[in-house]
Design a protein around this ligand. Structure first.
Ligand code: HEC
Length: 137
């Protein structure tokens, strides 16, 4: 078989795209699982703000499938990341939303060093934010 240089470049590009797509799929699967475990109790399985704990909240639990719509058609990725993390204090309102950054940190801090812990926390937050972006209506 004769393989040209262009053919090899195309193959490499194809493989890179496939690898990126797989990373994306793994990321959103992780986000979906995390969401179901940590967020659905309040925000609801489909994100509508109708989880079983919602009625016990002092303020309404927002519908997280409408974040993009509420923000004029743009999903505010960075804000959502900060809001979920909570540690930066950049929260929309000081409501009862748990500070997930602290919780995720506490879960791994005894096993991973400072840097490893930070990477793990950011990975979990990013997976959640990516998942939320994917379920916008
Ligand atoms: C104990 C109930 C509860 C849980 C569990 C919870 N949230 Fe929230 N969430 C709220 C409430 C109440 C608000 C609105 C007030 C606030 O921002 O604190 C909110 C707000 C938000 C917002 C802002 C939405 C907007 O349109 O402004 C996002 C994004 C969000 N939550 C994501 C998550 C994610 C991701 C998880 C899981 C890791 C989660 N929440 C778990 C109660 C909860």
């Amino acid at each position: 078989m004769h393989i040209t240089k262009q053919g090899l470049t195309a193959l490499a590009t194809g493989l890179t795209i496939m690898a990126m797509a797989q990373t994306g799929a793994a990321q959103s699967a992780a986000g979906a699982e995390e969401y179901t475990r940590a967020c659905a109790s309040c925000h609801g399985l489909t994100g509508r703000g109708d989880g079983p704990l919602a009625e016990y909240m002092s303020i309404p639990v927002p519908d997280v499938t409408q974040i993009r719509t509420r923000n004029n058609g743009v999903f505010p990725m960075l804000e959502v990341i900060h809001l979920i993390d909570g540690r930066t204090g950049l929260r929309g309102h000081g409501g009862p939303m748990p500070i997930w950054g602290d919780r995720f940190e506490a879960a791994v801090a005894s096993e991973l060093g400072d840097v490893g812990t930070e990477i793990a926390v950011r990975g979990r937050v990013l997976a959640l934010a990516t998942y939320l972006e994917a379920i916008q209506q």
